[in-house]
Design a binder for this molecule. Structure first.
Ligand SMILES: *Cc1c(COP(=O)(O)O)cnc(C)c1O
Length: 378
């Protein structure tokens, strides 16, 4: 990536403004039928914000630069981005091979929506490369997410995408964890990269958004079907906030990563903590894959405590970590999986599993908070 791509954008008007204008309009008007027809045929000028908008395009260009792909498209949420991909590329009778544990919102889309339209899914443990490869012949899409966002298991991307390509299967990865900075899937042969821009891209817990990056031919298909007909295009004001968020993406990630690693090491040595699931620790069972694929690890990881009661008590005793879903903002969060029984049951996660997101607060304050909460576990 050219890092300046995150900081600057080509000026959209002649004033040399250093932040893009917000084109807060639904349609773009034309003086002549010929101009209108040229725009409708995919010319330079925008027509309607559900299809494309100049402020949204600035954000899309940044995601494209970040992932090093030919093009990128923005959506109203991460789930909308995934829906646009899957509903544009799949049809009845097709089969998806999904590496588990899949993000809960994607799992629901596959099992509750796509299943009703005649799309089959094989769920295969993401750490079992052989089983994933064996499931590929005859499939249409291979769905990856590495590391996974509850238990932080990695997938061996290069052999998987190579096998997928040989079988004519499209590979799609959820790269919300790596944010295009710590994991660059295109280098490992992945066709389409999906993001929840709600997380690190926004960075301030004030936007819900998504994006897809990949080759132009595939994105043209997603644009003409998923964007236009499903209609969940990103709004201009949200795009403007995302452009602002992206300017500090690498700085924020570095801070999240440093504090999270420090806290993970502290927790690993604590007698009340059974396990720490963090790809940056030497104790991670797939540390070798982490070194091969990840350029960093960010602020998200999990710990396992003795059981459900301890997980709840720990979350309740924390003061600097609020209980909440999502992540990627300035604020630290804790998510005891005991309080998410459906997700827990779907994957058989242990009752003591607790996900932590480490925000931008002073590291010492967070460490004191963890120490205090663990000390109260009796
Ligand atoms: C949040 C999230 C999503 C869904 O994104 P939304 O913006 O909430 O729709 C998808 N994948 C992962 C890993 C996520 O964390």
């Amino acid at each position: 990536m050219d890092p300046s791509a995150l900081l600057h954008e080509a000026s959209l008007s002649p004033f040399g403004e250093v932040a893009p204008p917000v084109f807060q309009n639904s349609l773009f008007a034309f003086a002549t039928t010929a101009e209108f027809e040229a725009a409708m045929e995919g010319g330079e000028r925008p027509v309607y914000t559900r299809i494309g908008n100049p402020t949204v395009r600035v954000f899309e260009e940044k995601v494209r630069a970040l992932e090093g792909t030919e093009d990128a498209l923005a959506f109203a949420s991460g789930n909308a981005a995934m829906a646009a991909v899957l509903f544009s590329l799949l049809q009845a009778g097709d089969r998806v091979v999904a590496a588990t544990p899949v993000y809960a919102g994607t799992y629901g889309m596959l099992t509750k929506l796509l299943a009703r339209f005649g799309v089959e899914v094989d769920f295969v443990p993401g750490s079992d490369t052989e089983a994933l490869v064996a499931a590929l012949p005859g499939a249409r899409v291979l769905l990856l997410e590495s590391p996974t966002s509850y238990t932080f298991e990695l997938q061996d991307l290069s052999p998987l995408t190579e096998a997928a390509r040989a079988e004519g299967v499209l590979s799609v990865i959820d790269n919300t964890y790596g944010a295009g900075v710590y994991l660059r899937p295109k280098r490992f042969g992945v066709d389409l990269v999906v993001h929840s821009a709600t997380k690190y891209f926004s960075g301030h817990s004030d936007v819900v958004a998504g994006a897809v990056a990949g080759p132009k031919a595939l994105l043209d298909r997603i644009r003409s079907l998923g964007t236009v007909f499903l209609g969940a295009k990103l709004a201009p004001w949200e795009a403007w906030l995302l452009v602002r968020g992206l300017r500090t993406l690498e700085l924020r990630l570095a801070r999240h990563q440093a504090t999270a690693l420090e806290l993970a090491r502290y927790l690993e040595a604590h007698p009340r903590v059974r396990r720490v699931l963090h790809p940056g620790l030497d104790s991670h069972p797939q540390r070798e894959l982490a070194v091969r694929y990840l350029e960093g690890t960010g602020g998200l990881f999990a710990v396992e405590l003795a059981g459900e009661a301890e997980a709840r008590a720990f979350a309740d005793a924390l003061e600097r970590f609020a209980i909440g879903v999502s992540w990627g903002g300035h604020e630290s969060l804790v998510l005891p999986l005991a309080a998410q029984p459906r997700v827990r049951a779907a994957y058989g996660f242990p009752g003591g599993l607790v996900r932590l997101f480490v925000g931008l607060e002073p590291p010492e304050a967070l460490r004191d908070d963890l120490e205090h909460a663990l000390g109260r576990l009796g």
